[in-house]
Design a protein around this ligand. Structure first.
Ligand SMILES: *Cc1c(COP(=O)(O)O)cnc(C)c1O
Length: 459
């Protein structure tokens, strides 16, 4: 770790320890002992700051709680990890996390009727309204991950033995949500371009009807899938679902928070997004937005009465198990939200950066893109069997030579050792980083004598 990054963490930890002194103190102030500890720590902090400023010193603190490594990937490297790119916290989210990290920190001013989405200090009620409006849906709830959104919907609509239409590229959490509700997934096949079409969805609905004698009870399709990040015919699929009177869940795990999403325009009954994947939020977090028709069903309130005590819990929502994100997760979502709302307006720029990098990769002889091309997403599946893997065949480090070369250049997040088919995500990288990344790949190719076409040769 660079000594300056090391000293930033040491300073942050020192400040947390100073904060700890105040947490231990009486409301009347520090004791003599605490005052002494405070002075000692402030003086230690100054020494750390002096090292930070000068870039001097040696690492003093390398573990948290004696065992946990300090994670400094985002400070030290360009991280192209497929699922991490758009979940990196904003600076405001990191501030919210240190401020609201305590357990039930959202509950300071929770008043009747005691439900998370009704809390007005901090403005959680307003955030829920904003989320719904932003997605152009009627209601929104925060959930612990997109998967919990699928689960809430599946538990609402799916009974034992019911069929649910998903895509042949569906995420495993969609399978599990259906399984959890006692249903059966029925997968729509892909066309030869690895796209889920509206026609194929209609055909699958017909097939299921013929096979089971019943229509599926839910159509749940990813706008961009997790394997290729290809764009599927989401609006057409929504139309097809409605022609059959089947509710439609739009899976926006790879869209909500990075590109504009308009639930009504798509024709979605449910929009699901992932906070930690695409909304610059702490895990586990996500959003479930619902239209007017399905809100009363998916957000039904408890009817349970205790047999002894006759207790009832009024407006608690069954699928939410009352309250969902009660601390740093939600506050990080709220703190990132202004940035997220702004950044989705610049999705076209992210696409340009993605294509710029992919074009550079394609100039390295033997490299291929398995995702649709030109790219419509920052996540891409590439095939370097014909380029970087040819070196791995004879290299003593096998495929790891490639990770070694990338790490040496300050790039992480590729699947270590993989030189055939693998995924990367350029989301949120500045143009400087994109240029650096493209140059690094070119340099590695040249070092191992893989032919690289000149930029002008292309097209
Ligand atoms: C990542 C992903 C999910 C799961 O999201 P979580 O928020 O981690 O539950 C679901 N669907 C798709 C398509 C994904 O890419």
């Amino acid at each position: 770790m660079s000594i300056r990054v090391q000293k930033i963490f040491e300073a942050l930890f020192e400040l947390e320890e100073i904060r700890g002194i105040f947490r231990d103190a009486l409301p009347t102030g520090l004791s003599a002992g605490q005052e002494a500890a405070f002075n000692k720590k402030v003086s230690d902090l100054k020494a750390i700051i002096a090292d930070l400023e000068a870039g001097t010193g040696t690492p003093k603190v390398t573990k948290i709680a004696g065992t946990l490594d300090v994670r400094s990937r985002e400070e030290q490297y360009i991280n192209i990890h497929p699922i991490q790119a758009a979940g990196r916290l904003t600076t405001e989210a990191r501030k919210a996390l240190i401020s609201y990290g305590d357990g039930y920190s959202t509950c300071d001013f929770c008043r009747k009727p005691f439900r998370l989405d009704k809390i007005s200090r901090p403005g959680i009620d307003e955030f829920h309204a904003d989320l719904a409006k932003w997605l152009n849906m009627d209601q929104a709830r925060v959930v612990p991950g997109a998967r919990r959104g699928f689960q809430a919907v599946a538990n609402t609509l799916v009974n034992k033995g019911d069929s649910v239409i998903v895509s042949a590229l569906a995420h495993y959490t969609e399978f599990l949500a259906v399984e959890n509700a006692g249903g059966q997934v029925k997968e729509v096949p892909l066309n030869d371009k690895h796209i889920v079409t509206a026609d194929a969805t209609a055909q699958k609905i017909e097939d299921v009807k013929k096979e089971t004698g019943k229509l599926p009870v839910l159509v749940m399709i990813d706008h961009f899938d997790y394997q290729y990040a290809n764009e599927h015919e989401i609006t057409g699929i929504g139309k097809v679902a409605h022609q059959y009177g089947i509710p439609f869940l739009y899976n926006g795990a790879y869209t909500v928070g990075v590109q504009p999403v308009d639930g009504k325009k798509i024709g979605a009954d449910f929009v699901v997004g992932s906070g930690h994947k695409s909304m610059a939020s702490v895990a586990p977090s996500g959003v479930l937005a619902i239209n007017e028709e399905f809100a009363p069903k998916a957000l039904r309130t408890t009817a349970m009465v205790g047999d002894l005590t006759k207790r009832k819990f009024g407006i608690k929502e069954v699928e939410m198990l009352g309250c969902t994100l009660m601390g740093g997760t939600l506050l990080s979502m709220m703190a990132s939200f202004p940035t997220v709302k702004e950044r989705v307006l610049h999705w076209d720029e992210e696409i340009r950066k993605s294509n710029y990098f992919i074009d550079a990769l394609l100039r390295i002889n033997g490299s291929k893109v398995l995702s649709e091309y030109p790219r419509k997403h920052s996540l891409t599946k590439v095939d370097t069997t014909g380029s970087f893997d040819t070196v791995a065949q004879t290299h003593k480090r096998r495929g790891f030579y490639f990770s070694d070369e990338l790490t040496k250049r300050g790039i992480v997040g590729e699947f270590a050792g993989a030189t055939r088919t693998w995924k990367l995500n350029t989301y949120g990288l500045s143009w400087d980083k994109i240029h650096y990344l493209a140059d690094a790949f070119t340099e590695i190719a040249e070092k191992y004598e893989i032919k690289v076409e000149k930029a002008a040769d292309k097209k």
